[in-house]
Design a protein around this ligand. Sequence first.
Ligand code: ZN
Length: 197
Amino acid sequence: MKITFFGVRGSIPSPGPLTMIYGGNTPSVLIETDGQSFFIIDAGSGIRRIGQYLIRKNYPIKEINILFTHTHWDHIMGLPFFKPIYDKNTKIIIWGPSSNGTKSLKEIITGQMVKEYFPVNSEELEATFEANELKDRENFRLNGCEIHTCALNHPVKTLGYRISFKGKIISTCWIMKCILKRIVLLLLKIMKKFLIF
Ligand SMILES: [Zn+2]
């Protein structure tokens, strides 16, 4: 299994001398299980380079699975620039947390491609899209991997993925800023108690 981090930044792509070591793209990870099978976690701006890599390596791109941790923009913004979505022979299978409201997972992710924001409307895409909405503590198999979901603490429904392949286990769980924020707030609350006395 080969894991390549094509994007690791939060919030906004940030190229420049300060991000030269880990790169300036927002989250997108390629997991290659063997020479012919792969899947992707998140579609931040790093997924653009994954598309280029897959084409350069002559990977079969008939079916591409993308696991989304959540639908905040930094985790979906690269999808319009992912070349395989313009290939009529490609099926994109989206996996991700079920939505709370009126929009489905597929609508939320492809909904960023409307004329007001992007020249290509999602309905004009050549590839077909299929979506699998997931909940906390679900198990499923993908390209020979066992995948287990776990709900994470974040302002929108978010999932971490535990992936096992041939006895090896990896977990993807982006460090959520709000967890740190809550810890800091809790510490401040405790300190305040002592300060009053
Ligand atoms: Zn987020």
